[in-house]
Ligand binder design. Structure first.
Ligand SMILES: Nc1ncnc2c1ncn2[C@@H]1O[C@H](COP(=O)(O)OP(=O)(O)OP(=O)(O)O)[C@@H](O)[C@H]1O
Length: 312
């Protein structure tokens, strides 16, 4: 049974269609990426699934239960890491996590154990008595995560949990997500950073202007848009005759030579790399470096929409 099953979800804010007939599914144990640029509808989608706002149309089930009818039964087993950090500045790290755990009915000795375990998980246990006003952005984000996991949810929604933090803290959070998943937690992770989604997610839904424009694992998604592969070889010297010969190697579609770099475009399914390299060796052409241009999720988004995921 799918852990999340969404069909035809629609949400409008006056004349803005934030979600436009979204279908989505998650199996137990997956880390699912929801990738899309600013304004794509990611937060709206997460907020609906967590019962914070209602949809206009469509069906959504979590753990087989309808979110419109049984959200109370669902809530105890889900955790939410909101995009905007939701912690109290005048409570200590410990008190913050304890407060969120209490919302799930966790109290007394059990609460202490859960809070310390959650703080330990995000490596803030030694900061339990400090107020988050003294924390860096990355530490606040980690505390935000501790607040979401203290009640041991089976399913966690993380809405852009790495926005505005340094690379080291980001890496720390990505490792925590993987660790949570290894401990059996299913994760829905939204981001507009394709590198993050590529690193941790098994399957990805690409959202744009409220629509799922593609979904699959990385290989399936890149296969959607790339018929060719590209290889750049930096060489010492090469003459025009040699370039022509390379053009005639099986699978080669196009060869360009600029600033001592040969750029070779080949059909995706033709394995001609050894043949090209053998040719250069036989001709005693010095090979200085080789680079394969591997398509990524940014390429997929660009090909499908004509736009970049991020403006920066
Ligand atoms: N409460 C609201 N009232 C009016 N419009 C809204 C509201 N919430 C979201 N929107 C609009 O719905 C669209 C989707 O927004 P949403 O925040 O879900 O996108 P997002 O992918 O999470 O983007 P971001 O990464 O910037 O948070 C946007 O056009 C946004 O302006």
């Amino acid at each position: 049974m799918a852990m999340i099953e969404v069909k035809g979800l629609i949400k409008k804010f006056k004349d803005v269609t934030a979600l436009d007939c979204v279908d989505f599914s998650v199996k137990e144990g997956e880390i699912i990426g929801l990738l899309g640029p600013n304004g794509a509808g990611k937060s709206t989608f997460i907020n609906i699934l967590c019962g914070l706002i209602s949809s206009d149309k469509g069906e959504a089930k979590i753990f087989g239960k309808d979110i419109n009818k049984e959200i109370r039964k669902i809530k105890g087993d889900i955790g939410v890491v909101p995009q905007d950090i939701a912690i109290y500045g005048d409570l200590t790290a410990y008190e913050n996590v304890k407060f969120f755990a209490s919302l799930y009915g966790i109290r007394g000795k059990k609460a202490h154990e859960c809070v310390m375990e959650a703080l330990k998980f995000v490596e803030l246990d030694d900061k339990a008595k400090l107020k988050p006003s003294t924390f860096s952005g990355g530490m606040k984000r980690r505390l935000n995560i501790a607040c979401a996991i203290a009640h041991s949810p089976k399913l966690i929604f993380m809405d852009e949990p790495t926005v505005g933090i340094d690379p080291q803290s980001r890496n720390h959070i990505l490792q925590s997500v993987k660790k949570l998943n290894e401990n059996g937690v299913t994760v829905v992770y939204t981001s507009h950073y394709m590198e993050e989604v590529e690193e941790i997610c098994e399957r990805v839904f690409i959202l744009d202007q409220g629509k799922v424009i593609a979904q699959g694992n990385k290989e399936e998604l890149t296969a959607l848009v790339t018929e060719y592969k590209e290889m750049n070889i930096a060489v010492g010297f090469i003459n025009e005759e040699d370039i022509k010969d390379i053009e005639n190697i099986k699978g080669v579609e196009n060869v360009k030579f600029n600033d001592n770099v040969i750029s070779i475009t080949s059909e995706k399914d033709k394995d001609n790399m050894n043949e090209i390299l053998d040719y250069l060796r036989v001709k005693e052409i010095e090979i200085r470096s080789i680079q394969m241009n591997v398509p990524n999720l940014e390429t997929v988004f660009l090909s499908l929409t004509g736009r970049k995921l991020r403006d920066d």
